[in-house]
Write a protein of this length. Structure first.
Length: 130
C-alpha cells in the first residue's frame, strides 16, 4: 500500500467488530489511523442505533497493518476530505460517487447505514483534538 497523506478521510469498508457507522470519518496522522468509537443508544431514530462516545480518550489508534483494517481492506476505501468547512457536503459528494455506491452501498440494508451529518461533525471535533 502506498503511503497515505495526513488528513481527514471517509472510510467506507469497516468490520462489524469496530462498531462504526458506514461511512465514518477517520484521521490519518503520523502513519496511524484514528477513529471515534461508538456505543449503543436507546434513541431508535438514529441509524444505526449508536452514538459517538465523545472525548479524545475514546479515539482508537490503529496502524495500517492492524488486523481490523487488513481483514476488511478498509484502507482501500479511504476517500479524502478536501475541506472540513462543510463535512455534510463532503460526505454527500463521496456518497454520490458511483464507485462508492456500487461497492459499499449495494444492498437495502447498507443504504440505510448512512452516517448523519451530526455524527460526522462530532467525530471531526473529537479527531481534531489529536
Amino acid at each position: 500500500m502506498s503511503e497515505i497523506n495526513d488528513g481527514y478521510y471517509f472510510m467506507f469498508e469497516i468490520g462489524w467488530f469496530l462498531d462504526l457507522l458506514i461511512p465514518t470519518l477517520v484521521r490519518i496522522k503520523d502513519g496511524s489511523l484514528y477513529l471515534v468509537g461508538s456505543k449503543p443508544c436507546e434513541i431508535k431514530d438514529l441509524k444505526p442505533c449508536c452514538i459517538p462516545c465523545g472525548g479524545a480518550e475514546e479515539c482508537k489508534k490503529l496502524s495500517f497493518d492492524d488486523a481490523a483494517l487488513k481483514a476488511f481492506r478498509s484502507a482501500d476505501s479511504l476517500r479524502p476530505v478536501h475541506t472540513a468547512d462543510d463535512l455534510a457536503e463532503e460526505l454527500q459528494r463521496a456518497l454520490d460517487d458511483k464507485e462508492i455506491r456500487d461497492r459499499y452501498f449495494n444492498t437495502k440494508g447498507k443504504l440505510r447505514k448512512e452516517a448523519t451529518p451530526e455524527r460526522i461533525r462530532n467525530d471531526y471535533q473529537v479527531l481534531s483534538k489529536i
